[in-house]
Every structure is written in C-alpha cells, then in structure tokens.
Design a binder for this molecule. Sequence first.
Ligand SMILES: [Fe+2]
Length: 421
Amino acid sequence: MFVLLLSQIACHTIEKQALNNDSAPVQDSDSDPTTGGPCARAIYVPKSGVDTTESVLADADAATFGAAPTPFQVHLSWAEDPMTSMSFVWRTDGDTLASQVQVGADTSYGFGTIGASFTVLGGDTFGRVHEAHVCGLTAGTTYHYRVGGEGHWSEDRTFTTAPAEGSTAPFRFVVAGDSRDNQVVWGQILDAAEAFAPDFYLFSGDAVDLGSDLTEWDAWLAEGVGHTDYRPVMIAHGNHEFLAQPFFALFALPDNEQWFSFDYGNAHFAFLNDTLADMSAQATWLDQDLKATTKPWKFAHHHQPAYSSCTTHGSSTVVRDAWSSVEEQNGVVVDFSGHNHNYERSVPLLNGQETDLAHGTTYVVSAGAGADLYGNNLAQTFTETATVDNNWVLVEINGASMTLTAYDLSGNVIDQLTATR
Ligand SMILES: [Fe+2]
C-alpha cells in the first residue's frame, strides 16, 4: 500500500511516496539466516516532476534486467540505526528493475532484502537508481554484501556495523565539504584518508555546483568508488544542492533526509539543513534531540557556518541565531560546516562568549574538497585558527578523548585539537 507524504520545503514541494514499508528480509531458501530483520524506516522515493510513471517505485522485480544491469557507483549510508542496519544505493541502466541486496558473514551471503528503484529528473542517460536497506544486523560485525539480482550481482564488498551499545572502543571519521565543480579533490581526500582506516565519512554539502546536474553527481559518486562502498557517507544539504531531486534520490538518509540524528559508539551526530527559509522547526527538534541523548560526544553538522572569518560569506547570523545557543547549551563539542572555502576553527563558545573546551562548542569550517578557495579575515575575535587551503578533517574518538586533525592535500597537519568529555 502506498502512503503519500507531502514534505513542504521552502519554495519547493518535494513529493515522496513511502514504499516497501516493512522492508522485510527475503530469505535465501538454501541458506541458514541467522540475522536480518524488518526495517522501521520506509524507502522514500523522490517523485519526478517530469516522468511521474518512472518516479514511482518499480516493482522490485528480481528478474528484470536491461542492457547494462551490472550495478555501479554502489555507496553506503545509514537510513536507520548504524548498529543494526546498512543502506545501499547504486545505479544501473534505466530498464533494470532488480533491486536486491544480499548480506552475510562470507561470500555465501545467506539473507537479503528487496529494495526499490526509480529514475531521477532529467536522467535519461543517468539510468536507474536503486536503494535497499538491511536491518536486524549484529553490532560491531563485518558483513560481506552484493547488490543487483541473480546473474547480475555487483562485486563482493564488505561493511562493518557500528559498535554495540555501551562501547567506548576507538573509532574515527572523516569530515569534508564543498567539492562543487571539482570533485577530483574529493577523491584525493578519500584516497588520503585510507591510511587512517576511517569508519565513516561526513560531507557538509555543496557536493556539486548545481544540484540538478547529474553529470556532477556522476563525478562525485565515481570518486567514492573503493571508499564509500565500504564505509557509509552521510551528507548535509548545501545551498548548491538546491533541494533538487538527485540529492534525495542518491542518498539514503534517516527521516526526512534533511534533519536527522544517529549514534555511533559513544558519539551522537545531528544533521541540519540550513538552506531553508525557516529553521525554527529544526531548532525545536535539535533541542529535543540533543537533550535526549546520553552520549558524551555530541556533534552538529550542516552547511553554512555560524562563525566564520571568511571574506566571502563570513558568519551566517541566521544560522547562529537559529541554532548556536541550542548547540552550546546542550553540550555540542564541535559544530561542523562548510560553505566558506577554507579551513578554520573558532575558540570554544558558550552563549556566544569564549569559554574552555570542556564547556563550549567549537565551530569548525572544512570546505576544501575542491571548490575555489576563499580568503580569511583573521581579525575576528572568535577565530582560533584559519587557513586558506584545500583540506579535510579526521576526528578520532577514544573513550573520553577526542583528537581532531585537519590535513591539507599534501598530508600536512594544518590544525589539531584535543578535547576530553
Ligand atoms: Fe555553499
């Protein structure tokens, strides 16, 4: 049964259909499934304004294959709990409807799920996007997986679920943003980060210059091959995504895919969309979300900086007024954003005033994944450090300790911060 949801977004209305609501695992008859279970979150397919037929979920027909059915640009994210789920998005030619994922402890797999598929606006040459979620997995476990359908599976790959509840085991993640029209740098960052074996990637938006330009998404997704097909990537909505359909089609994210949160280990991550005209609803949500978590490490992630010395955009006082006090009063340790093409870190702030690391929110801008660089104005009193350079950030959490290290593309450390919680 289809359930129609309407999502009002600023001047845009994105109509989505909730599909495959139970996402019940499809058991392989000759295997012994020992895990897997129903998902809580439906697969939401963005409805095309041009081709309303193809924008509806195609029956996840296990046997329908087109001329180029081999899955490509497979990438991972979490639409549900990182401890017990994984979400998969991939592409094929437009006629391939098979949308299966198989998962298991080894390459005999053992259980799987049927997902959904759809085309995107203006995407005649872009083919079909497929999405599937697998739930009921065991925490802290490495799984093999493949996507596609019988006779046309992707290569075997692996992923690892988040550590079990209560874990204080070390983990690390990458933060980057703003590839815009130069996605090659995003690929360079992913290559460089391999040496640190990150557990997942956070991208703060403006992955492309024009959100409806599928060739740019093609380039961004192609750079992820070998990285984001082994580790999830979570992305915030940037102003250059323009609320266009490809963003919603190409990423399987929680809830409305604009503001949502998830936990990993002893950390909590809240994602926000600062491109909307009215951000008050997100402020209310954020306050409730941050108050509800008991994780010691709380991070916020969105696109436009509340505090920035960038000479092009500077600080967004709109974002600051909407969310900063909520973050600072609820113990967010770092607010990550992009948009201003440089690297910078603020002093810790509480109620807008400088405080110590233990009591304040530090604002980090990492917007160096390819877009033309902007200048900095170091005269800002809230600025701790600022560098005009392509950059990315590695965050390492080890129990009560966090180390944040910013790198340039040559592997030089351009900033480092250690905090405890
Ligand atoms: Fe931006």
